[in-house]
Structure formats: structure tokens, C-alpha cells
Design a protein. Structure first.
Length: 221
């Protein structure tokens, strides 16, 4: 039976790298990201359904879940889309609260809302959820307080969800430092270039899906 995955933030970075790997194994893919042109370019060679939009938008989330239902149901939900917040990275003493509120909507509320909408199908198919988090959720990095706070919230949501949903595997994955556009925006292109490419993390995610270990926090190393 063909399996279906929904991946957010799939036009670049880890989301795109995972999509390419799953497509090579015959998965049916529903991919989303905010930039329509980049998303269509990424999805074009994968035979994937590309639905551009913002996961913080309830109407877009509804469209994603309907697409999954139209494809027979969802086996894997990957909440990879994420915002960085205010840049240059400010200390918490000066963090713009309006920006933090927006970041919470994108990094915490949107993934939870998408999970809530997708859960009936995931329960039925004994599916899995991967929430991409960060070491900034558990470590104290200067300037990363806003972003880290949102990822810490996502981790605890994942932790409780794992206890509440025994028929769905829930993993919250710290991929480590990756050479992505987000990291370059935070620390500069030169420093970001020294980080590992997102493709290095994909085998960790694929092992989770293939071996289905108990729900929990996973650190890529």
C-alpha cells in the first residue's frame, strides 16, 4: 500500500531533503511552503502535490488535510516549517513582543492545529508525527531566547501528545546545526556554511519511520 506524507516547509532545507528521499521510495507526497515558485520547483521532479501557503492560516491547513483525505489518508505528518523571529537576534530584554507573538503562532500553534486536524486519519492508519525542533529548546544560547522558547513549547506539546495518543508515534527531533537559509539569516552565510547539510539528517528521520521506536525526543548525531 502506498503511504502518504505531508511535509511543511518543504521547498528547501531539511523538508526538501526528506521529500526527495521519501519520493525515491515511492511515497505519495503533499508538500507545502509559503513560496509558491520555489515549492513548485522543488515538487516538480518528485511527483508530489504542491500546495503553497502559510501553515499559520487556518484555511490553508484545512486545504492540506482535505488533500490528505483525498489521497486516502495520512501516514506521516512532518511539521518542519518554522520562523526564526526577530533578526538580528535580540536579547530577551529587548525582544519585540509582537514578533514573539507571531513566532509562537508559526512555530507552536500552527503545528498543533495541523496535528489536531490530521489526528483522526493518523489514528486510523497508526501513523506518525515528526515535529522538527532544535537544541535551542534545551540550551541557553544568547540571542536565541525567542526562537528557543517556541521550540521548547513545541517539545512539551509533543511530549504530552505522545502520552495522549498511544496509536500514533510522535517524535520531536533535534536535527542539530544545519546549513540552511534560516541559519545563514541568523549567523551569516560564512558561519552557516560550516554546518552539516540537511541531507545528513534524513537517515535519522527515515530510521524513525521504518523502525518505529517509542515516541520521544530524538537528537541527530
Amino acid at each position: 500500500m502506498t503511504k502518504t506524507a505531508l511535509i511543511t516547509g518543504a521547498s528547501r532545507g531539511l523538508g526538501l531533503a526528506l521529500a526527495r528521499s521519501l519520493a525515491a521510495d515511492g511515497w505519495r507526497l503533499i508538500l507545502t511552503a509559503r513560496g509558491e515558485e520555489a515549492l513548485r520547483s522543488a515538487a516538480g521532479g518528485l511527483g508530489a502535490l504542491a500546495l503553497a501557503g502559510d501553515v499559520a492560516d487556518p484555511a490553508h491547513r484545512d486545504r492540506l488535510v482535505r488533500a490528505a483525505e483525498d489521497h486516502g489518508g495520512l501516514d506521516l505528518l512532518v511539521n518542519n516549517a518554522s520562523g526564526l523571529g526577530a533578526v538580528p537576534l535580540p536579547p530577551l530584554s529587548r525582544y519585540p513582543l509582537g514578533e514573539l507573538e507571531k513566532l509562537l503562532r508559526t512555530n507552536v500553534l500552527a503545528p498543533l492545529a495541523l496535528i489536531q486536524a490530521a489526528l483522526p486519519g493518523l489514528r486510523e492508519r497508526r501513523g506518525a508525527i515528526v515535529n522538527v525542533t532544535s537544541d535551542a529548546a534545551v540550551e541557553a544560547y544568547e540571542g536565541w531566547g525567542g526562537y528557543g522558547a517556541t521550540k521548547a513549547a513545541l517539545e512539551q506539546l509533543s511530549n504530552v501528545l505522545a502520552a495522549e495518543e498511544p496509536d500514533v508515534a510522535v517524535w520531536w527531533v533535534d536535527p542539530g546545526e544545519m546549513n540552511t537559509a534560516m541559519l545563514a539569516e541568523a549567523v551569516g552565510e560564512q558561519e552557516a556554511a560550516a554546518a552539516s547539510p540537511p541531507e545528513k539528517v534524513v537517515p535519522t528521520l527515515r530510521r524513525l519511520v521504518a523502525e518505529r521506536p517509542p515516541s520521544g525526543r530524538v537528537s541527530h548525531s
